[in-house]
Design a protein around this ligand. Structure first.
Ligand code: HSE
Length: 308
C-alpha cells in the first residue's frame, strides 16, 4: 500500500465538567487526508484545500504530528500529505486535532501499524500543541480512538476509552466566528476555588458512572461546568440563550464545545436531538451571525480509512 485516504472526524472536548480530560468523537463531520509514501525521507505537505494553513511541515499541526511518529519509527521512506479541510479552524470541534490524528493514523497504516491507536494519541498531541500552545489530548484522543474518552493523566499520558450508551446524540451549533484556542485559554484563571473543584470532580465521576450504567438522568445532572464556562461564555454571542433553548427542549446537557465558539448539547435519541437542534437554531437566528447545525451519533470508530 503506497497511498491511503483517511476520514478524520470532528470531536467535542471538555463535555462541560472535563476540561482537558473528556471528549467524544462525532460522525459525518470531518476532514479528509491523503497520505503517500515517498522514496525521499521526511514529511512534505503538498496540498491544503479548504483552509489557509501553512504548508511548511514544522508550522502545520499535521506536519508536526507526522514528524513525531516518524522520529519514533525512523523509517527509510518519507511521506506526502494532502489535507482537505472541512472543519473550520477555530470552530471548537477539533479542527487541528483532526489533522494531527489523520497524519499519525495514516502514516502508521502505511508503515504496517507499528503503533497501537493508544500510542498514536501521544504523537497526535504534539501537533495539537502547535495549535493551542499546550499539549492537551481531549480532542485527539476521541478522534484517534472513537467514542467517549477520558485522559486519566498526562504524565505519563494515560487515556481510557469509556463505554457509552448507544442512544446518545450530539447536537452542535457552529457560529461562523473564529475563536482561537490560545485566546480562549488566555481568559482562564490558573487557580480554582476548592468548592468549585469539588463540584467539578463530582460531576466528572458522575458523568463516567452515568455513561457506564446508561443512566441518562445521571449523565444530564453531571453535564455542568462551574469553572471554565463562566469565564469563556462571554466569547460566544448568545451562548446563554442557546444553552437554555437546548435544556428547555429536552437536552440532557449543553455547554461550550471545546474552546468554542461551537455550542453542543447531548440528547437521548435522534428525535430528541432533532427537537433540540431546531430550538437551538431558532434561538440563534436573531444574532445575524451565520451558523451550521450538526446532529451526530457518537462515532465509536474514530479516524478511519476510506476507499472512495
Ligand atoms: N480542552 C481544550 C480547551 C480543547 O478547552 O482549551 C480545545 O480544543
Amino acid at each position: 500500500m503506497n497511498e491511503i485516504k483517511i476520514f478524520c472526524p470532528a470531536t467535542i472536548a471538555n463535555l462541560n465538567c472535563g476540561f482537558d480530560v473528556l471528549g467524544l468523537c462525532l460522525d459525518g463531520i470531518g476532514d479528509e487526508m491523503i497520505i503517500r509514501k515517498t522514496a525521499e525521507k521526511g514529511i512534505r505537505i503538498t496540498k491544503i484545500i479548504g483552509a489557509d494553513l501553512p504548508l511548511e511541515t514544522e508550522k502545520n499541526v499535521a506536519g508536526v504530528a507526522a514528524l513525531a511518529i516518524v522520529k519514533a519509527a525512523d523509517p527509510d521512506i518519507g511521506f506526502e500529505i494532502e489535507i482537505h479541510k472541512k472543519i473550520k479552524a477555530g470552530s471548537g470541534i477539533g479542527s487541528s486535532s483532526a489533522s494531527a490524528a489523520g497524519a499519525v493514523f495514516g502514516i502508521n497504516e502505511l508503515l504496517g501499524k507499528p503503533f497501537t491507536r493508544h500510542e498514536l494519541v501521544d504523537f497526535a498531541m504534539k501537533g495539537e500543541a502547535l495549535a493551542s500552545g499546550c499539549e492537551h489530548a481531549d480532542n485527539v484522543a476521541p478522534c484517534v480512538l472513537g467514542g467517549f474518552t477520558l485522559v486519566r493523566g498526562y504524565n505519563p499520558l494515560d487515556v481510557i476509552k469509556i463505554e457509552s450508551p448507544s442512544e446518545i446524540y450530539a447536537v452542535v451549533l457552529h457560529p461562523h466566528i473564529e475563536v482561537k484556542t490560545s485566546d480562549s485559554r488566555a481568559v482562564l484563571s490558573p487557580t480554582v476555588l476548592l468548592k468549585d473543584a469539588i463540584t467539578q470532580w463530582g460531576n466528572v465521576g458522575g458523568l463516567i458512572a452515568g455513561l457506564y450504567t446508561k443512566d441518562y438522568e445521571l449523565i444530564g445532572r453531571s453535564l455542568q461546568d462551574v469553572i471554565i464556562e463562566p469565564l469563556r461564555k462571554q466569547l460566544i454571542p448568545n451562548f446563554e440563550n442557546v444553552k437554555n433553548a437546548a435544556l428547555q427542549n429536552g437536552a440532557l446537557g449543553s455547554g461550550i464545545s471545546g474552546a468554542g465558539p461551537s455550542i453542543f448539547a447531548l440528547c437521548k435519541g435522534q428525535e430528541a436531538a432533532e427537537k433540540v437542534a431546531y430550538a437551538m437554531s431558532n434561538s440563534y437566528q436573531d444574532t445575524g451571525i451565520a451558523f451550521d447545525m450538526h446532529i451526530s451519533k457518537v462515532n465509536d470508530e474514530g479516524v478511519k480509512i476510506i476507499t472512495n
